[in-house]
Design a protein around this ligand. Structure first.
Ligand code: PMP
Length: 437
């Protein structure tokens, strides 16, 4: 029997991985007792680390009361409290939240809310959602239609309506002049051009990750980009949707990454760090005017059975309380600065370490064959697989993704939980350096 047939599970890959036994704080242990430092918080999920006592206690208390109440039959205190907290953290004028069980559902919900709002306003010609490539917004067919990553989307194109895409601002690749980079004008202009090309009366929304996640490797936009994008959306009556599934939740030093530029979207979604791996949970919040218009027109059409269940909401609330009471966003900034500086240091030692980027503890580095052109390493070197494997052997987990508009570059997310200390940063660097060697 081939290797992948030995398990009754099937996921994307046929490689077997260690069997997880326990996890505490930033560490995880397999059933053989080997310890791993969770250097990517899973897939940038477990932001406050594993087995946090406050969260476990909140979940235990909720479990003893009730674990499920169907949302059309009951309201729950946990969901109400988490919605109030979400409204407090979201930009002004977003007083209500809608919960889902994950990021793809939250993205789908945002698109559907935007569409229902357009229909409610008698603007039903607007249906196209412009997004970017590379990008990842989820695996369900609606979220996939706005995902800019062809290996994942092409097989399903016949089953969905692919949406217009513009390039994500990768100035480090495109060799732009410094003024363009500072203003973000070059890339924002592509949005305007796309809107005009497609016909502004058909454009529903622009969907963007304020700081890129795994698809771009922690891509930080040029300084003026988010602001310019906001202005263009306003000019053409296009809704701005922020996908903060990965960048939200405090990892960048702010609860929502867009706060770094003081830009408020019309609709935002968050998931991974929101319940930080303790429960499947996502959320969507929108400007009150949008929510009111949709509710007045008969309500939001779709929901998800498990969404907003009291156990997930209790977990989410406790996660946010932990972030606030322990000042973990400040720690994300402090440890992020230290880790980024140490990653930059790898460039001196290894000429194949290219761009190092990110904010707070949403960080990534690239492997390149030429630092000037940023050309990726030769495929045949299999550097991607080898680096992940070497790090694994040394007990360090890093998140890797072959990407670059696709699939021809290698970048690695280094995103430990935001409870990380200097000792953990040093342990990451020691094992990473050894693996790169
Ligand atoms: N949007 C972004 C930016 C993501 O990173 C992800 C997950 N990697 C998703 C959406 C989809 O989330 P989920 O896997 O929870 O459905």
């Amino acid at each position: 029997m081939s290797e992948h047939r030995k398990s009754h599970l099937f996921y994307q890959t046929r490689h077997r991985r260690p069997v997880l036994d326990q996890a505490r704080g930033v560490y995880m242990w397999d059933v053989e007792g080997k310890r791993y430092l969770d250097g990517s918080s899973g897939a940038m999920v477990c932001n406050i680390g594993h087995s946090n006592p406050r969260v476990l206690e909140a979940m235990r208390r909720q479990m003893e009361k009730s674990t499920f109440g169907y949302r059309l039959h009951f309201e729950t205190e946990a969901a109400e409290q988490l919605a109030a907290k979400t409204a407090e953290l979201a930009p002004d004028g977003m007083e209500r939240a809608f919960f889902t069980s994950g990021g793809s559902e939250a993205v789908e919900s945002a698109i559907k809310l935007a569409r229902q709002y357009a229909v409610a306003r008698g603007d039903s010609m607007r249906w196209k959602v412009i997004s970017r490539f590379p990008s990842y917004h989820g695996a369900t067919l609606g979220a996939l239609a706005v995902t800019g990553y062809s290996p994942m989307t092409v097989p399903f194109e016949a089953m969905m309506r692919p949406m217009p895409k513009i390039p994500a601002p990768r100035a480090y690749l495109d060799g732009l002049d410094p003024e363009d980079i500072a203003t973000g004008r070059h890339y924002a202009a592509m949005l305007e051009q796309k809107i005009l090309e497609e016909g502004p009366e058909t454009i529903l929304a622009f969907l963007v990750e304020p700081i890129g996640g795994a698809s771009t490797g922690a891509l930080v936009p040029p300084a003026g980009y988010m602001q310019a994008v906001r202005e263009i959306c306003d000019r053409y009556g296009v809704l701005l949707i922020h996908d903060e599934v990965m960048s939200g939740g405090g990892r960048t030093g702010k609860f929502f990454a867009a706060e770094h530029w003081n830009v408020a979207p019309d609709i935002l979604v968050v998931s991974k760090g929101f319940a930080a791996g303790y429960a499947p949970l996502g959320a969507m919040a929108a400007r009150d005017e949008i929510v009111d218009a949709v509710l007045d027109a008969g309500g939001f059409i779709h929901g998800y059975t498990y969404a907003g269940n009291p156990l997930a909401c209790a977990a989410g609330l406790a996660v946010i309380e932990e972030i606030e009471s322990e000042d973990l966003m400040a720690n994300a900034t402090r440890m992020g600065n230290l880790l980024k500086q140490r990653l930059e240091g790898l460039k001196q030692r290894f000429d194949f370490v290219g761009d190092v980027r990110g904010v707070g503890l949403l960080l990534a580095f690239e492997l390149v064959s030429d630092r000037v052109t940023m050309k990726p390493l030769q495929r045949e070197l299999m550097a991607y697989d080898r680096l992940v494997e070497m790090a694994y052997q040394r007990g360090l987990i890093i998140y890797s993704r072959r990407t670059r508009g696709g699939y021809d570059g290698d970048h690695f997310m280094v995103c430990p939980p935001v409870i990380a200390t200097e000792t953990h940063v040093e342990e990451i660097m020691e094992n990473l350096t050894a693996a790169l060697e």
